[in-house]
Design a protein around this ligand. Structure first.
Ligand SMILES: C[S@@+](CC[C@H](N)C(=O)[O-])C[C@H]1O[C@@H](n2cnc3c(N)ncnc32)[C@H](O)[C@@H]1O
Length: 195
């Protein structure tokens, strides 16, 4: 990563106008100019991703869905465990980031990984439930993140795990008793296991 590349991304983050009338259009408008430099730049900002991905299970022939997967770089934290899984879905609304993910899939020779342009609040894989569903710094970008968690819970097989890493996720006015569960400090690492 060169200083010029860093400056280009900083410029886009700070000054480039974000256009679009839908969430998907605004995401693509935000990301399309930074997709190629995304991984290097975010490596220094988005902490806890390796810890999360290395702790989660990779059941043999299992199904993993990464919601808001971006460039799919987090899969690299699984190393060879990627190959144990049956199907991996990288779901995102920004085509320019998923293009980088597809280049990674080709370069790594992953045969069980596909990208899907879809909204995390609505995506469901064809004819299967999931063993693991991850949200890595994506929940805080999803306007209705409650709906995203509900959808993930709905898609999860009994015994399956939802893994989350993010900055700070809290209701503005949490109910008594919910505060400890919802009020967390960056980076949040959470595992929810469906019984
Ligand atoms: C900060 S990036 C994180 C990307 C990647 N998970 C990582 O750890 O580097 C947030 C991602 O969430 C995606 N995203 C935001 N809202 C989404 C939604 N409703 N459905 C699917 N993806 C969404 C964005 O396009 C973006 O790729």
């Amino acid at each position: 990563m060169t200083i010029a590349a860093d400056l280009r991304i900083l410029y886009r983050l700070a000054f480039a106008p974000v256009r679009g009338t839908t969430h998907a259009e605004r995401l693509e408008s935000f990301y399309h100019g930074q997709a190629t430099g995304y991984d290097d730049f975010r490596k220094r900002l988005l902490h806890g991703r390796e810890q999360l991905f290395s702790r989660l299970p990779t059941p043999k022939d299992g199904v993993w869905i990464d919601m808001g997967a971006g460039t799919g770089s987090n899969l690299e934290f699984l190393g060879d465990r990627v190959n144990a899984l049956g199907e991996i879905y990288l779901v995102d609304l920004a085509p320019s980031l998923l293009k980088v993910a597809r280049e990674r899939i080709t370069q790594k020779g992953w045969k069980n990984v596909v990208t899907v342009t879809a909204d995390a609040t609505r995506f469901a894989p064809p004819d299967t439930l999931a063993d693991v569903i991850t949200f890595s710094y994506s929940l805080t970008m999803i306007p209705d993140w409650f709906a995203a968690i509900e959808q993930a819970w709905h898609l999860l097989r009994p015994g399956g795990t939802i893994g989350i890493v993010d900055f700070y996720v809290a209701r503005k006015h949490p109910e008594a008793g919910s505060r400890e569960a919802l009020l967390v400090h960056a980076p949040l690492l959470a595992h929810l296991v469906r019984r």
